[in-house]
Every structure is written in C-alpha cells, then in structure tokens.
Design a protein around this ligand. Structure first.
Ligand SMILES: Cc1cc2nc3c(=O)[nH]c(=O)nc-3n(C[C@H](O)[C@H](O)[C@H](O)COP(=O)(O)O)c2cc1C
Length: 189
C-alpha cells in the first residue's frame, strides 16, 4: 500500500539537532561521512546509535570496522563538515584534505573536534540506512563541549555526496549485509 508521509516530512524538515562526522577504518581502508541520524539510546551502559546510508562509501568500510569515531563539529568546523558531507570517498581521499590521527583500532580521529570512540556491537538494516549500535569506550575528547554545536538546519543547503534514497530496482551498495558485527561482538542488548 502506498503511504503518504506528508505530515512526517513537514515535521522532520523543521527538526534541528547536532550533526556528527562518523569515521571508520577496517584496517585496510578509512572512510567517514556527515551524519544527521544519530542518538544516545542507553545511559548505563552508555550506548549510541548512528545510521549510515547503504549508498555511502562509509557503509562499505563500516561493515567491517570494530570501532567508530563519532565527532561533534562546532559552528567553526562547517568546512570540515562540508568535506565529509558533500564529497564521497568514491572520488576523493577526504583524509588527505584534513588533519587527523589514528585512534583505537585505527579509527581516524579528526584534529580539533570533540569525539568519542564506540565499539560496534550490533547493526540493524532499517531501510536505506544501516543502524550501528555503539558501546561507548573510554577516550575521545570534549574540549569544545561548551561551544555551540553545528546543527542540521545550519547545513541544510549542503549537497550530499550520495543520495540515500534507493533508486528503483536498486538494493543499495551492501545488499548482502553480513552479520559480521553480530557474530563477533557481545550480544548483551
Ligand atoms: C545534512 C546532512 C545529513 C546527512 N546525514 C547522513 C546520515 O545520517 N547518514 C549517512 O550515512 N549519510 C548522511 N548524509 C550524507 C553523507 O554525509 C554524504 O552523502 C557523504 O558525501 C557520503 O560520503 P561517503 O560516500 O564518503 O561515505 C548526510 C548529509 C547531509 C548534508
């Protein structure tokens, strides 16, 4: 049955919350993208969900990444956010265009941006995105936590490197999404 999402679309288009830059490494490749879909989902243990579009380069690397780097850009980081939201790892090496260092399990840590590391313990195929449940690890940085966050409405004019919506007949870039994380990680949820 064809559903109308008119009310939802009108509400969602006006919502505002911080955006993130999520980075991953599978040991061989690095990737990362701007993320609007993300939320804390447990206090103790501290856990966080991020959703990655199946069409993104980041999706391919995330599937085998043990640790995710969840970064919270501030208003002054808008050009870094643009790099990660408007360009794709299919075409450019984003990490050649910014300052970063290696964190736990090789996850790229963006210089000067607050972040936390999260161990991917589960994933869920939620449609055109895959949700990763992250167990928040020690480490990271919160030096800029008092500064105003960069939010969705501030970057609404960005032109994403990939359109997340599935094309007719397409199944996304990682249709046979494995149970890699579910097999390897703790099943405590
Ligand atoms: C405001 C905004 C919010 C976005 N939210 C998400 C998101 O929640 N998850 C996601 O995977 N991509 C999201 N994107 C899209 C990616 O950041 C974008 O397509 C990026 O270029 C993909 O890079 P990649 O192909 O190197 O992974 C968003 C883009 C913008 C501009």
């Amino acid at each position: 049955m064809k559903r109308s999402t008119r009310s939802f679309d009108a509400i969602a288009s006006k919502l505002d919350h911080p955006v993130m830059i999520v980075t991953v490494s599978d040991g061989a490749r690095r990737s990362g993208c701007l993320v609007g879909f993300g939320a804390q989902c447990s206090i103790d243990p501290a856990r966080y969900f991020v959703w990655i579009s199946k069409r993104n380069h980041t999706a391919l690397v995330a599937e085998h990444a043990p640790v995710f780097g969840v970064h919270f850009p501030r208003i002054g980081d808008i050009e870094l956010a643009r790099l990660f939201g408007e360009t794709t790892g299919d075409e450019v090496d984003k990490f050649a265009r910014c300052q970063w260092s290696e964190g736990p399990e090789g996850v790229p840590v963006l210089a000067g941006v607050d972040w936390f590391p999260g161990e991917a313990i589960r994933h869920i195929d939620s449609g055109d995105h895959v949700g990763y449940l992250l167990d928040v690890l020690d480490g990271g940085s919160s030096k800029h936590a008092d500064e105003p966050a960069l939010t969705l409405q501030m970057v609404h004019e960005f032109d994403p490197g990939h359109d997340a919506r599935a094309q007719p007949g397409a199944t996304g870039r990682c249709p046979g999404f494995s149970t890699h994380h579910d097999r390897r990680r703790r099943q405590t949820t």
